[in-house]
Design a binder for this molecule. Structure first.
Ligand code: PLP
Length: 377
């Protein structure tokens, strides 16, 4: 098998699976229980929180575990509109955010909020100037992702934070860092971001666990799940200890080998780009800087067919975001590509386990696909 879809999800290293197995079978206490087995589980959660918080660069007590990146995004939006409930009903985000941001925004529109969706340019980028032009007195939230999951473009989160400060805006800044965390520079505290979302399964951790950073100045954020008081009374529910342990172990492994992993992905991406661009008519989409995502198109060859064809040969790539299952994605649509190019968009994404052989296999399979099929559309 050749797995080139690390932006959709990542394989779990054996050390992460072992750590989780140990928690499931030996350290299975409820962290709220008073006896030693429970207290041991509580200490485990505390240690894991400290590990993930250290990678985020924040204090442990400002990082809250959630069930996924989607939950973190939803919570951040709810917390921001609650925080700004007396200030206004205007939100700024980008047209190319993940659905975990766009769908909650759509719901808010139905409740009377006004949302400005910033359009990217043809390279896939948005600018802090666009935020500046859209900013209003009644803006309560700016939500901007760190890395776009389809193009790999890095967005100007630090610059946007600085701009909001300079303009003395009351709007909170949330950043969906699900695709950027541990791949590109990410410093919510240094940048002055109010909230930031993370997800473990994009960095070699398990599915079903995420986190939200909430800045210290937001002293009483809106709880996501009121209940038994877990997660500092903000997100109740018995802690998913095995998932949390897997998240922390994955972070630890990526921290340990950070520089070499990034170098490896940068080299592979360039190798892949050079090889793919030798295929006649193939074009690169956007100008994504993130080391792990390369977006291309074979105009005239519908991506759903390519993905199915390659899938049958044991090659896993994506037709844009895995969340759109073959439909022309909102990200591709926002780039203003012609129809044939838009329909042929493919995303290849890499991880520490990816090899040159994987890339050779995908390039050969794409060439064969082109030779064997007639261009459609
Ligand atoms: N945000 C971005 C940018 C993503 O790429 C994803 C997942 O693909 C999510 C949010 C959702 O994360 P999760 O799958 O943990 O809910």
């Amino acid at each position: 098998m050749h797995y080139l879809d690390h932006a959709a999800t990542t394989p779990i290293p054996a050390a992460v699976a072992q750590e989780m197995m140990d928690v499931l079978t030996n350290q299975y206490g409820n962290p709220s229980a008073q006896y030693p087995l429970g207290q041991q589980a509580k200490q485990l959660v505390d240690r894991c929180r400290a590990t993930v918080a250290a990678a985020v660069g924040c204090q442990s007590d400002r990082l809250f575990f959630t069930s996924c990146g989607t939950e973190s995004d939803n919570w951040a939006i709810q917390a921001a509109v609650w925080h700004g409930r007396h200030s206004g009903r205007h939100i700024i985000t980008t047209a190319v955010e993940h659905s975990a941001i766009l769908q909650p925004c759509k719901l808010l529109e139905q409740q009377g909020y006004e949302v400005t969706y910033l359009k990217p340019d043809r390279t896939g980028h948005v600018t802090a100037d666009q935020v500046s032009n859209a900013l209003r007195e009644d803006t309560v939230l700016v939500s901007m992702m760190l890395v776009n999951n389809e193009t790999g473009c890095i967005f100007p989160v630090a610059e946007t934070a600085a701009l909001l400060r300079e303009k003395k805006s009351r709007a909170l800044l949330h950043c969906d860092a699900v695709q950027g965390f541990m791949k590109v520079p990410c410093d919510p505290v240094g940048w002055g971001v109010d909230m930031m979302s993370f997800s473990a399964h994009k960095i070699g951790g398990p599915k079903g666990i995420g986190a939200l950073y909430i800045a210290p100045h937001l002293r009483n954020p809106r709880p996501l799940l009121p209940g038994g008081g877990q997660e500092f009374s903000l997100r109740s529910g018995t802690e998913a200890t095995a998932q949390i342990a897997g998240f922390a172990k994955a972070v630890e492994l990526r921290m340990e080998h950070h520089a070499e992993i990034i170098t490896h992905m940068v080299e592979l991406k360039e190798y892949c780009r050079q090889k793919l661009l030798q295929i006649p008519t193939l074009v690169e989409i956007g100008k994504g800087e993130a080391p792990h995502i390369l977006s291309v198109s074979l105009p005239g060859y519908p991506s759903a067919n390519v993905v199915t064809d390659l899938g049958a040969q044991g090659i896993c790539i994506s037709a844009g975001s895995a969340c759109h299952k073959g439909k022309a994605s909102h990200v591709v649509s926002a780039l203003g590509l012609d129809k044939r190019t838009a329909a042929g968009v493919l995303r290849l994404s890499f991880g520490p386990e990816t090899t040159r052989e994987d890339i050779d296999a995908v390039c050969d399979a794409l060439r064969r696909h082109k030779e064997q099929r007639f261009a459609m559309l």
